[in-house]
Ligand binder design. Sequence first.
Ligand code: KIV
Length: 273
Amino acid sequence: MTGYISNDTRKVTTHRLIEMKQRGEKISMLTTYDYTMAKIVDGAGMDVILVGDSASNVMAGNVTTLPMTLDQMIYHAQSVERGVSRAMLVVDMPFGSYQGNSKEGLASAIRIMKEGNADALKLEGGEEIIETVKRILSAGIPIMGHLGLMPQSINKYGTYTVRAKDEEEAEKLVRDAHLLEEAGCFAIVLEKIPAKLAARVASELTIPIIGIGAGGQVDGQVLVIQDMLGMSQGFSPRFLRRYADLHTIMTNAIGQYIADVKSSDFPNEKEQY
Ligand code: KIV
């Protein structure tokens, strides 16, 4: 076994994440969408598991995250939750379940917390959704913000390129980050923005900033599990580090199984009753 296995079995809480930022310990976060993976990711010592609406892309094969429904997110959350004992479980609120109507946002949030057993929720946006953020927080539900590239707004941007490169967008992002912290969010994800801007936000805010394509001067990192394990192909943004080539390993294993079935090598004498 290589890498990191945590001896600390205490449940990760919002409070502990803020303490980690204070003492300069980086926060690890990874997406997960099913029980089997959740057991592995939690067992390896991950701090935060995100049931991301990127399930729409990597699990369902959609081009965007927009088709994901509340029921589908709850199904993934339930599957993951059964495999998690230590990590904090954060669940994405899907597109259409919170934008524009804070009462509906709270009702959606309560469903994910009750039925999906989430520890916290993640919402994309700043000023535009601040009323919803406050209403959900007022119900005692912890919120992780998400700024920068916000995939639920892809039809507004028209492209997945780096966000907040110009001063106006960068200043709005900084304002939004402060607004989310003042409202009571416990952490913020910054996606695909210049490293310098992310570093500025991380130094100005007291809550943890988790980056994806936002450089190393933030308080933690998040990736999509299929991407970092090398299961997905054709997606190679600069920020992605592949820790395995599971696509090749799985293809070879499956190919060997097919060959063994065809040649009647499987099952052998010991593999039958
Ligand atoms: O849905 C997701 O996977 C995410 C991460 C990219 C942060 O929001």
